[in-house]
Design a binder for this molecule. Sequence first.
Ligand SMILES: *Cc1c(COP(=O)(O)O)cnc(C)c1O
Length: 432
Amino acid sequence: MNHPFMINDQGHLTVDGVDTTYLAEKYGTPLFVYDVTAIRKNARAFVDSFAKLGVKAQVAYASKAFSSIAMVQVAKQEKLSLDVVSQGELHTALQAGFPVDKIHMHGNNKSYQELEMAVENQVGCIVVDNFFEMDLLQDILSKHQSTMDVLLRVTPGIEAHTHDYILTGNEDSKFGFDIANGQAEQAFKRLNEIESIHVKGLHCHIGSQIFETDGFVMAIERLFETMHHWHKNYGFIPEVLNLGGGFGIRYTEDDKPLPLENYVQVLVDEVRKQASERELPFPEIWIEPGRSIVGNTAVTLYQIGSKKEIPSVRNYISVDGGMMDNIRPALYQAKYDAVVANKANQSLTETVSVAGKSCESGDMLIWDIEVPQVEHGDLLAVFSTGAYGYSMSSHYNRFPKAAVVFVENGKDQLVIERESYQDLTRFDLSYE
Ligand SMILES: *Cc1c(COP(=O)(O)O)cnc(C)c1O
């Protein structure tokens, strides 16, 4: 298993030395439990790989994967930069004391208020996504007599096809400027004319859960081709190339992720090659991993409740959470692996499907998984729920949001409290 969790003498699953049955009892369920040692390990794999190769880089944690004050503080401790996509994520970063010059602001529909908040706080850079935003930013910068570094988000026209990436003529995406249809160049020319804006380089993000490197290689080629052209025509010297995130992780045994170091090696090699062929200076490389920093570092603990056996069809077990704390199976048919945490060393004797508790037939967490004999009160631990779990959680059926605990070297600490029923009705006003 490619996750950092171990089983103790009692046959219980542990997270960084702490028994999950103890955690469930102490904090209740559903409960997100993060192994902070594993988060640091992932972060360092990226940061150290660039350092070893002697490359100037920024590893920006894509905070949408899991944003909270504690998480942003860990990112800060690990010297990561930070991607934010909204005022809420920016607010969280500021509350966490994250260094503003290492915050990058994203979004395909940044509002005036969001951009103004970014300018007022002097974030490190804004990734410009569309023409409308340029006008807003120009106005705000002139109002505040300020300047801003930007990256231009482009879509290189690379499409994932099952296991391959192919180059397409045009990109149909809500994000960024298409290179092939000339809009990227138009955007660059327009940005170049705005005195208060400094174009530091290009940005692209080609997808998520990527297990191969050829898509990145193709994107780098495309970006250098573009930058070469802009260098010849406009004297543009790119300082930064931001290649986005999307590095794949293991959810089930079908997923075969590359070691994080390998991605870095391939990116650096290709940028080196392209820079020298195109006679451009070697730029700083920025990446934006989200899932690959936190995804495999957490489990969600659920208590198993009812069991439904439909003879010669299927056996269901239900847990005390579901799509409200993990929408990914319902949204993307995402697959997960799990273990009965209090029986983690017992032999697997039956096949069950794990149902969530909400009022949707589609609220299934796992189809057909092998488990030991289970009974109500057992604890189910679903692996690899660290990314896009809590951050996508909802109040569907008015379930309060789960709690989040960090564990490091045998010590557990609550970092997001469980919501109460009072919290749920806090903003409701009566109409009598
Ligand atoms: C979502 C996103 C990321 C992070 O993607 P992961 O798959 O979590 O690594 C990085 N950059 C951009 C622009 C994104 O939209």
